[in-house]
Design a protein around this ligand. Structure first.
Ligand code: P6P
Length: 351
């Protein structure tokens, strides 16, 4: 008689997935603990986000008329601050980190002296897309894991400045109709869905694969007049549709929550772009390299997609600061290569 728990139909929890990856020698106990701790913190954030107006945590942080601002110059939401605190507290005591860095904190954050330290660096955007929180649209947490440089036990900002190719783990949690954790440790990109009754993440997609081609693009079209010529040319040809040089019609989606847009692309393909524009060119772009673009690029490449600044592979960018910004093109490999070609052809004409 087949057991209801036969391997073929037993659900695989995040814990079991991580134990099996550790048994295979692809992660060590400290990295397994780190991922479990971050996942548990994201469950707590999911509960806070899910309460909405009933939780008393909507709206701007700070006092009425004087919202608190982060280093990005963005008004912080109460949930930005709460999510940041949840992640700091969850990661303080485990002994797996040499330091943390967050979109919400000007400089990197040390592990308190009362706790042991480890060999990893954790970077995160605690609540990405939080401008959507007050209108009940999906938001998410993005995280990236690096190794601390040899001999570093109390990391300083410069210890975090490693290219995205040095990431040992990246992931996000999307707080949508369901709460999902999407994770890579460099062995594919895998999706876990939160089983709220049990309180654990369950493997629901092993090996996400982004189709090479797509008919769907994600960009904030309101910035069109601010784009550089290659982006103007690329999108003009997308909009020309079947009668244009691309020979097919395209659809557009823009959630203004990177986690939601990237999750859609990992699930059904597409290209996401936040290019340089006249408004953000001085800062180098809109999106942050270390805790938005790099982790998303690692996840996308592990799912067979591509990620570029428009002019170079995004994971190879050498960071110059914790909050460095970059232009981003990521998603379906052939479409990203097409967008990059428009930039290379423009640059060649300028040379
Ligand atoms: P815009 C959210 O603030 C974010 O960092 C990303 O999640 C999102 O893709 C982008 O900014 C949205 O920017 O200019 O469309 O509001």
């Amino acid at each position: 008689m087949s057991s209801v728990l036969s391997p073929s139909n037993t659900s695989i929890s995040l814990t079991r997935y991580l134990i099996e990856e550790q048994r295979a020698g692809r992660i060590n106990p400290d990295l397994r603990l780190l991922i479990e701790v971050v996942a548990r913190a994201c469950k707590t954030i999911s509960i806070a986000v899910g309460k909405g107006a009933l939780g008393g945590v909507l709206g701007d942080a700070g006092t009425p008329g004087a919202a608190s601002m982060n280093i990005q110059g963005e008004a912080q939401k109460k949930l930005d601050v709460l999510s940041n605190e949840i992640l700091l507290e969850a990661n303080a005591w485990g002994g797996h980190l040499a330091g943390l860095a967050s979109e919400e904190m000007d400089t990197s954050h040390p592990i308190p002296d009362v706790y042991p330290r480890g060999n990893y660096l954790l970077l995160f955007d605690p609540l990405d897309g939080s401008s959507n929180i007050d209108v009940n649209i999906s938001v998410g947490t993005i995280f990236s894991v690096l190794r601390a440089p040899e001999g570093v036990t109390q990391a300083q900002d410069q210890d975090f400045l490693q290219p995205g190719t040095e990431q040992v783990c990246a992931g996000y949690t999307t707080y949508g109709p369901s709460t999902m954790l999407v994770l890579t440790i460099g062995n594919g990109t895998h999706a876990f869905t939160l089983d709220r009754e049990v309180g654990s993440f369950v493997l629901t997609t092993r090996g996400m694969q982004i189709p090479d081609d797509t008919k769907e693009f994600a960009v904030n079209m309101s910035n069109q007049r601010h784009w550089q010529p290659p982006m103007q040319a690329y999108v003009t040809d997308l909009l020309a549709g079947k009668e244009g040089p691309r020979g097919k019609d395209f659809n557009m989606r823009w959630v203004a929550s990177m986690v939601a847009d990237v999750h859609r692309i990992l699930t059904r393909g597409g290209i996401f772009s936040y290019p340089l524009d006249a408004k953000c060119a001085a800062q180098g772009g809109k999106l942050r390299l270390m805790y938005e673009a790099n982790p998303m690029s690692f996840l996308v490449e592990q799912a067979g997609g591509a990620a570029s600044t428009g002019r170079q592979r995004l994971l190879e960018v050498q960071p110059t600061g914790l909050h460095m910004r970059v232009p981003v093109f990521l998603g379906s490999k052939a479409e990203v290569e097409t967008a990059v070609r428009y930039h290379h052809e423009f640059d060649a004409e300028q040379a």
